[in-house]
Design a protein around this ligand. Structure first.
Ligand code: UT7
Length: 330
């Protein structure tokens, strides 16, 4: 039986560090409120002119280096983002071009916070089906250019950051690799976390009225998202482990989407695992949507928190609502 082995990880974040104190100058907020409610102390923002594909390129190069591979070894790209460089096409073929890979195909996953888990599941299915042997899976996001940086947008503006992460999945034997993935969604909650515009429902996609009302900015019913997240994360983690007959005690590290430190703490508590078993770096990067899990994975490896042979669980919940989890033997 063929499995998708995770052979390389890499991440890249912009150099510019934006601390909570920097946001205090732009809106009515405080370091104390942000740290207490979210755990975030700083995040990275790009300089004008940088695109999501630029961040992804650097992360992809590092993941390929880590795997001891070159761009020419990649047979397919799965690219998770909700902040592509332009309305269309997606970033996948742009990344292919930037890496100089030739005419390989690319699939874009537009699932927001759960995008990377969906991307891993899709790449794993391609590999197990024998369609491709080596797939570059990327999560990259530039949120900073789409936030309302005034008091009116403070509930969202303080949460997000920019960054990219990537992994290489390679066909291998059944001794390790992606063991199971579970994916779920509930469209009843679309409007609890969304950016309504630009929209195909109106001529011109974005009218002056919509601009004036700020309907292109993301909006969230934070409490409802929080409530669902703390239930769905543990549910998905248990379901994915059950699918491969493994127990939570065998897991070396849970790498969740970084949405809020309080969510991760609540998830650890509900699962009954020590908080050290749930990786956290939101204090330094904020919520980087589809990029948060691959950034966290690559950092966990850099810090020696995960090694070959370890059992790792990825889990995410977010806009859609869409959520899921993957169990991977490294
Ligand atoms: O990755 C996507 C998934 N996203 C999530 O999982 C996020 C889930 N939700 C959350 O993490 C939390 O709901 C938030 C961190 C977004 C908000 O925390 P909260 O404890 O639910 O706060 P709240 O929205 O109920 O707001 C409490 C108060 C309000 O003031 P009043 O009405 O009590 O006077 C807000 O206006 O805090 C106010 N507030 C702020 N104050 C200072 C909201 N944003 C800010 C801010 N600075 N940035």
């Amino acid at each position: 039986m063929t499995r998708a082995h995770l052979t390389g990880m890499g991440f890249h974040v912009p150099e510019r560090v934006v601390r909570n104190a920097d946001l205090e100058k732009l809106m009515d907020t405080s370091d104390e409120w942000i740290v207490e409610r979210t755990g975030i102390r700083e995040r990275r923002f790009v300089q004008p002119g940088t695109g999501t594909t630029d961040l992804a390129l650097e992360a992809a190069r590092r993941a390929l280096d880590d795997a001891g591979r070159t761009p020419r070894d990649v047979e397919f790209i799965v690219f998770a983002t909700i902040t592509r460089d332009q309305m269309f096409p997606g970033c996948g073929t742009m990344l292919q071009q930037a890496l100089g890979i030739g005419t390989i195909g690319a699939l874009e996953v537009h699932n927001a916070c759960s995008g990377f888990v969906y991307a891993v599941a899709a790449a794993d299915a391609f590999i197990r089906a024998g369609s491709y042997r080596r797939i570059l899976v990327v999560g990259a996001e530039i949120q900073s250019t789409g936030l309302n940086m005034s008091t009116a947008g403070r509930d969202m503006a303080v949460l997000f950051g920019d960054g990219a992460g990537a992994v290489l999945l390679e066909a291998g034997d059944e001794s390790r690799g992606v063991l199971a993935s579970v994916l779920h969604g509930d469209g009843a909650h679309v409007e609890d976390l969304w950016a309504e515009a630009p929209t195909s429902k109106v001529m011109g996609r974005l009218t002056p009225e919509m601009l004036a009302e700020g309907r292109m900015y993301p909006r969230m019913n934070g409490r409802n998202v929080f409530k669902h997240a703390v239930t769905r994360f543990p549910e998905a983690i248990h379901e994915a482990l059950d699918a491969c007959g493994l127990r939570l005690e065998e897991v070396a590290l849970i790498v969740p989407h970084q949405a809020n430190a309080r969510i991760s703490e609540a998830v650890a508590e509900r699962l009954g695992v020590p908080s050290e078993k749930v990786f956290q770096n939101i204090e330094r990067y904020g919520n980087t949507t589809a990029a948060s899990i691959p950034i966290a994975l690559a950092e966990a490896k850099q810090q020696g928190r995960i090694r070959t042979g370890d059992l790792v669980v990825l889990a995410a919940f977010g806009a859609g609502f869409a959520w899921g989890a993957s169990v991977i033997r490294l």
